[in-house]
Design a protein around this ligand. Structure first.
Ligand code: AMP
Length: 195
């Protein structure tokens, strides 16, 4: 099963992706996590991405497309994967379509988590507080100022993917304002219906 989780920052994509990993045994491919790992490791990609990420802007299509193309060829992706936070631009959406086609694979669905913008900044602030409470360092971009830029980027560049996948009849929408368990149940119902 190959899925895309779509939605603005704070919509719950990461949380739902982790639940899908547990239930379906396929990996979560979060480009945000991969880029943060590259930043921590101080790789070339990390060095190029760091300032852009700290500002809440999008890293170049070229960088993220290359990371994903390499990742989906790894053995643990053979039975499928969940793309979380990728694609985020139309060029990335075209790139993932081409990657799948080249490998003779198909996308099963894109699930959009639909949320109220007003709730998002509160979720991000809470995520940072929870990280601190757990003794972790919160993400540098999880603060209200950078969050505004991340949300702007979403509307400028990513929201167009809703129409892109709708036109391909691959878009499924879930109310992301429900409880985490309710959202999970709805996603599972969608997956059962497309099997
Ligand atoms: P996320 O963890 O998905 O919120 O991503 C954190 C940051 O990583 C974003 O604000 C971007 O700077 C960068 N990033 C993650 N995924 C992508 C992507 N698909 N395209 C461009 N930039 C990305």
């Amino acid at each position: 099963m190959r899925l895309i989780l779509l939605g603005p920052p704070g919509a719950g994509k990461g949380t739902q992706a982790q639940r899908l990993v547990e239930k379906h045994g396929i990996p979560q491919l979060s480009t945000g996590d991969m880029l943060r790992a590259a930043v921590s490791a101080g790789t070339d990609v990390g060095k190029r991405a760091k300032a852009v990420m700290d500002a809440g802007e999008l890293v170049s299509d070229e960088i993220v497309n290359a990371i994903v193309a390499e990742r989906i060829d790894q053995a643990d992706c053979a039975a499928g994967f969940i793309l979380d936070g990728y694609p985020r631009t139309l060029a990335q959406a075209d790139a993932v379509s081409a990657m799948l086609e080249e490998r003779g694979l198909k996308l099963d669905a894109t699930i959009e988590l639909v949320v109220d913008d007003a709730a998002l900044v509160g979720r991000i602030v809470k995520r940072a507080e929870d990280a601190i409470a757990a003794g972790q360092t919160p993400r540098k971009d999880d603060n209200p100022e950078v969050f505004e830029e991340r949300l702007r980027e979403y509307y400028k560049k990513t929201a167009a993917l809703i129409g892109y996948y709708h036109a391909k009849d691959l878009l499924r929408r879930v109310d992301g304002m429900m409880t985490i368990d309710q959202v999970t149940a709805e996603i599972e119902a969608i997956l059962a219906s497309i099997k």
